[in-house]
Design a protein around this ligand. Structure first.
Ligand code: 9MJ
Length: 687
């Protein structure tokens, strides 16, 4: 643990008196800030504070050699970025396992009891703040950089914005280690949120749906001066990378240390004993929830003793020693005003309920998917029904059930006979829940979705061709087939809504760049039914060229491990269609250049590895790899990565939130490994 002063003296060439004066002013203002924002207990009047602050501004204006990098004057922002840097987390930012019911809390407790062999385990309990997770790094006590959680492995560097958060210390208080990463949640208080929206409304600016979105949007502002004007707060709840820090014995003490460094921590933190303690805390907090100054979406229970946390370790992407006990999703009443039918890229028709707008979990909802006709029947839903609505997984609006007791006029929901967009016949195949429009490229509904898919990131990757632009291009008959994208011109793009000269030029460039495309991406982009990214890659790798895939017969296709019978049939059917063949010819004639893959060089693979020639299913999400990276890694080791679990599967690699595939693997007795097993295996075989 070192003190800061010597470091700054070395860097500054102002007289020692000026340096000391600057140092004192910074410390004084930091202290006033801390009392005002963190402790909610102002030490001086606003006028006194402003006068002192002005003194500091003047001093820094006249002495350019002072080190202002952590001065309170940096809190107003200044940096304007064109994009955020992506940074790898030194220690992965894990998420939490979720539980919703008392049973799940009991199961969590039982597991820990079995793992530790201890009864009456102690837990540190916290409210689960509903904001944006952040990691802030301090080098020798000074704020060095800050990163969003991102996907847990890497996030975006948002240092300039985090510096503007008034209750984030720029310099740690008291003794500090050589290096420490503090983790926590950035939020906006309920009351501040209301004021923020009132102000936005007055200025006729966009209002935010809820405090969480406002906080997330503010942290992701490229202009830190805007972030500085948002009432952001940060609450610490853990640490990440550290050097020279001796961990305390308990989570509770760790929280006190975080507080001692000058961070705000939630007031409602408690330690409790046993499962009864956890459930008691839940009862208490459920009552308190509405009166808290911030939104919470649940509670977090953490095993208090840090040695025990280390003992029980992690599973996939979450610590085994912690549980997020989520509050049930808010359910509200609304009314189905009408039901529309949306058309997907394969022509699939999805019923969508139009609702009387209603706020659910702080977001206005006016549409909710009804999935398909079977679902409507199962849930017994009619137009004009009063219904219960919630956001599935806290995101996607869905109709939970009708309130049949209020039903007066019950208008049956019927699948139209003709497509509402192109009026082609809708076919409903036996044994299939989905109904499809038969209009293909004639249907503007399908065309819009097909072009969106064609341009999407994992297909042709045309950056800047957003949904709204595609919709206009199709609506105005400018784009009828994918190749039309390659004949767009500047004047045509500039006449579209929301398209200026600059964005039109950028889009044309992106379209041009997309012309050189790998065979796998091209196959995925043309949208053969059921051919996803993985099977497209398999086809590309196994056949090596477009013409070879086009010539492949049914037997050659199903010989490929990833390609099932239905897929093989769909592929053959796709080429039989004259329009599809023409679509591809036109793309090639428009300059699309397919880069054929090199055949995998099998001879270079070390065959002495546990994945060689194994059929592997990867499911769930991972900390150290994206699923695509994992697939690539394992394929390069000679594994066959397939999508579905069957008796033929040799191994299932299950990340966090692995669902039905994991269950099936368990039922079939397939060998299952989690991410930490995988990493160990890769390490052991030096891969
Ligand atoms: C929130 N969101 O309030 C954690 N969290 O701990 C609290 N999140 C967490 N703890 C480990 N209080 C990973 C995430």
């Amino acid at each position: 643990m070192k003190k800061l002063a010597q470091d700054i003296i070395k860097q500054s060439s102002s007289s020692p008196e000026i340096y000391q004066h600057h140092q004192k002013l910074c410390q004084k203002i930091d202290r006033y800030n801390y009392y005002y924002y963190t402790l909610d207990n102002p030490l001086v009047s606003d006028a006194q504070y402003d006068a002192l602050y002005q003194q500091l501004v003047e001093l820094e204006k006249t002495h350019h050699d002072l080190d202002t990098s952590n001065s309170p004057t940096t809190r107003v922002g200044g940096d304007v970025l064109s994009k955020f840097n992506v940074i790898n987390h030194k220690v992965p930012m894990l998420s939490l396992s979720n539980g919703f019911t008392e049973e799940e809390v009991k199961a969590f407790y039982k597991r820990l009891y079995e793992l530790t062999g201890q009864e009456n385990l102690l837990f540190e309990c916290e409210p689960k703040l509903d904001g944006l997770a952040i990691s802030i790094h301090y080098e020798r006590g000074k704020l060095s950089y800050a990163v969003t959680r991102g996907d847990g492995a890497q996030g975006e560097e948002v240092t300039a914005n985090v510096r503007t958060i008034r209750n984030v210390p720029l310099v740690l208080q008291g003794d500090y280690p050589e290096y420490i990463e503090i983790r926590g949640e950035v939020i906006i208080n309920k009351q501040d949120f209301l004021m923020l929206n009132k102000r936005a409304e007055k200025r006729q600016e966009k209002v935010f749906a809820n405090p969480r979105n406002a906080a997330a949007g503010s942290i992701r502002q490229l202009d830190s001066r805007i972030a500085a004007k948002r009432p952001l707060r940060m609450y610490g709840y853990g640490i990440g990378a550290n050097q020279g820090f001796i961990l305390p014995r308990t989570q509770f003490e760790l929280m006190q240390q975080i507080k001692a460094w000058g961070f705000q921590i939630a007031d409602e933190i408690e330690t409790v004993k046993g499962v009864d303690g956890l459930l008691g805390y839940y009862q208490k907090m459920a009552h308190l929830r509405a009166d808290l100054s911030y939104d919470i979406d649940g509670l977090v229970y953490k095993l208090n003793e840090i040695a025990l946390q280390d003992e029980v370790g992690f599973i996939a992407r979450a610590p085994r020693w912690a549980l997020a006990h989520k509050f049930p999703a808010e359910e509200v009443e609304s009314e189905i005003v009408n039901v529309d039918f949306q058309i997907g890229r394969t022509g699939a028709i999805t019923p969508v309920a139009r609702l009387k707008p209603v706020a659910v979990g702080g977001v206005m909802v006016s549409n909710a998917t009804l999935h398909n006709m079977d679902e409507i029947k199962r849930k017994d839903i009619y137009i004009h029904d009063r219904v219960i609505v919630r956001r599935a997984g806290d995101v996607i609006p869905e109709v939970v059930r009708p309130l049949v007791q209020y039903r007066t006029v019950a208008q049956k929901i019927e699948m139209p006979k003709h497509c509402p967009v192109c009026h082609s016949v809708i076919e409903v195949l036996k044994d299939q829940a989905v109904a499809r429009c038969t209009g293909d490229w004639f249907c503007k509904g399908q065309t819009k979705e097909r072009i969106k898919h064609f341009a999407s990131r994992k297909a042709m990757d045309i950056d800047g061709l957003g949904d709204k632009i595609v919709e206009q291009l199709v609506e105005r008959d400018i784009v009828k087939l994918p190749h039309d994208l390659y004949h767009l011109s500047l004047p045509v793009l500039m006449q579209l809504e929301r398209m200026g000269r600059k964005s039109s030029i950028n889009l044309l460039q992106a379209i041009e760049q997309s012309k050189n495309v790998s065979l796998a991406r091209f196959i995925f982009a043309i949208g053969i039914r059921d051919i996803g990214e993985v099977s497209a890659k398999s086809l590309a790798e196994n056949f090596g060229s477009l013409s070879a895939i086009q010539k492949a017969d049914y037997n050659a296709l199903i010989d490929i491990h990833d390609i099932g019978e239905v897929m093989a049939y769909n592929i053959i059917h796709f080429w039989q269609n004259h329009e599809n063949r023409q679509m591809i010819d036109k793309l090639l004639a428009s300059g699309v250049n397919i880069i054929n893959p090199e055949k995998p060089k099998v001879h270079e693979i070390n065959v002495d590895n546990p994945f060689y020639q194994k059929t592997v299913v990867i499911t769930g999400s991972f900390v150290d790899y994206t699923r695509d990276e994992l697939k690539e890694k394992l394929s390069s080791l000679g594994a066959k990565c397939v999508n579905s679990v069957s008796k033929k599967t040799d191994m299932v690699i299950a990340g966090e939130k692995a669902g039905s595939k994991l269950q099936k693997a368990q039922a079939l007795g397939v060998f299952i490994i989690d991410e930490s097993n995988l990493l160990t295996m890769l390490k052991e075989f030096d891969l």
